[in-house]
Design a protein around this ligand. Sequence first.
Ligand code: DC
Length: 224
Amino acid sequence: MISIAIDGPAGAGKSSICRRLARELNFLHVDTGALYRAVGLFVLRRGGDPADPRSVLPLLPRIRLDLQFADGEQRILLDGEDVSEAIRSPEASCASSAVSALPEVRAFLLEQQRSLARQHNVIMDGRDIGTVVLPDATVKIYLTADAEVRARRRWLEQRQKGVEEPYEQVLAAVRLRDYQDSHREVAPMRRAPDAWLCDSSALDFEETVAVLLRYIREKTGVKG
Ligand code: DC
């Protein structure tokens, strides 16, 4: 099996870019952030504090998470309910970042991620795919962009959805998540030494896709 690990900070466009790469290459796209988001959502729904291990750990054995794939699109089911949209709320984002700092939560989700890579050719995106989940991935990429560029992209996206949020607030949220994701003790977000660094600050979506496709094809020989 071929596995492509794509890590990097929030808002670098990993999910939409990986979805497109997966379609071009005919690989399965696994968005691992959705798993952490679903755990965060579950804790919130049970009235727990996502940052408090005493609140989160007793809930873990009760979480039933399934990833399903239809036409290359990932859907995530929590206790049988499709929560693919619900996990995108700002509350679920904050909760996911908090629960992802707990080693037990990371261990809980590890095997599910690895087993997908054993069974399929995957493009897996997250924070620790190249460093922890798939250290032997065929190709590793660290996709990033300046915080200001990422905040501006998110701000525009929100505005298109009719959500007006001050840019400064979006930027502060991006910086906070970067800090939390890269300063946690377990599996912090960082570039694997053998990951190729792609900074998309000056590239648009199509340019980024083109650059990454070229790199992946060169490394794997996959034509797609
Ligand atoms: O990529 P995302 O924004 O959907 O991720 C949600 C949160 O989950 C984010 O704060 C970091 C965490 N995460 C992680 O710790 N490890 C991963 N492999 C993927 C996401």
